[in-house]
Write a new protein. Structure first.
Length: 271
């Protein structure tokens, strides 16, 4: 089931995604998305494009034992890691492998659908949002986060530029896809086109402390499809990429520490 060209990754990368990217970036944004979703005790929640499951795990803490949380992702490795992390943490979440464009649930199965930094990677965003509407009951709502543009995400921009300069534009395409839904009017249009009303587009802006860039940038590459894209490039290319990102982000250094702004749109729509 190859519905995402951008996120076909293996078990090793999925484990690195949880270790490197959830810790530094996805985790803080997942907390903000779950807070914006205003989940209540007893709610049934679906996390679409759940990856290694950070949004679903946090949602499970909100809805409690009378609620239900399911995480769905097209990538089997992501779901394997999601299952094992949730087991370790004692989070009550059901995990399913499935495509956002053909959700394996019947009409009206959930009260809330959440989707963290994944919609921009789906091949057919309109079809995915229509599926989210189908599996929601009347009165249900969807809460979606997508990255804002490079101007608001200097780390993503620095990595995109560094990879483009050292390995070519084609190699950096996946990072370009990360910001491909950064126009809030387009996001609103997709939600309304799928039948959601009273759409509100808000934002999350966080200044995140990043670990040492040499480890973090290499970890980021190894945690995503970039690993495969750069597999043929030598160590020199990796070194150039790290040096370029470090140069571009020097203005965010405070002594030894690096604190970089990141920003997302959060769209909430209702049925
Ligand atoms: C950047 S990750 C985000 C994961 C997680 N929501 C988070 O916040 O950490 C994007 C996820 O979307 C998933 N994905 C891409 N295309 C998909 C599709 N068509 N259906 C379901 N999941 C998909 C990928 O496998 C990947 O796990």
């Amino acid at each position: 089931m190859n519905t995402s060209n951008e996120w076909q990754i293996e078990h090793h990368e999925a484990a690195e995604y949880e270790r490197v990217l959830v810790g530094a970036i996805s985790g803080p944004f997942a907390r903000a998305l779950v807070a914006a979703s205003k989940l209540t005790e007893g709610a049934s929640v679906l996390d679409v494009g759940c990856g290694t499951g950070v949004v679903a795990r946090l949602a499970a803490g909100r809805v409690g034992s009378s609620g239900r949380v399911v995480g769905v992702d097209v990538n089997t490795s992501m779901i394997e890691v999601a299952r094992s992390v949730a087991d370790d943490e004692g989070a009550e979440v059901e995990w399913r492998v499935g495509s956002a464009q053909a959700l394996p649930f019947s009409r009206g199965s959930f009260d809330v659908v959440v989707c963290g930094h994944a919609l921009q990677f789906f091949e057919d965003r309109g079809a995915a949002l229509r599926e989210m509407a189908r599996v929601l009951g009347k009165g249900g709502r969807v809460c979606v986060s997508v990255w804002r543009g490079f101007a608001f995400n200097p780390y993503l921009h620095a990595l995109w530029k560094a990879i483009g300069d050292s390995a070519g534009e084609e190699a950096a395409k996946g990072l370009g896809a990360a910001i491909s839904l950064s126009d809030p009017a387009k996001l609103r249009h997709f939600l309304e086109g799928a039948g959601f009303g009273s759409v509100e587009v808000g934002g999350i802006a966080l200044a995140l402390a990043l670990p040492r860039l040499e480890e973090f940038v290499n970890g980021h590459i190894d945690a995503t499809p970039l690993r495969g894209v750069l597999a043929g490039a030598g160590e020199g290319v990796r070194r150039e990429i790290v040096e370029s990102v470090s140069r571009q982000l020097v203005c965010y250094c405070r002594g030894e520490a690096l604190q970089v702004p990141f920003a997302s749109h959060v769209a909430i729509g209702r049925l």
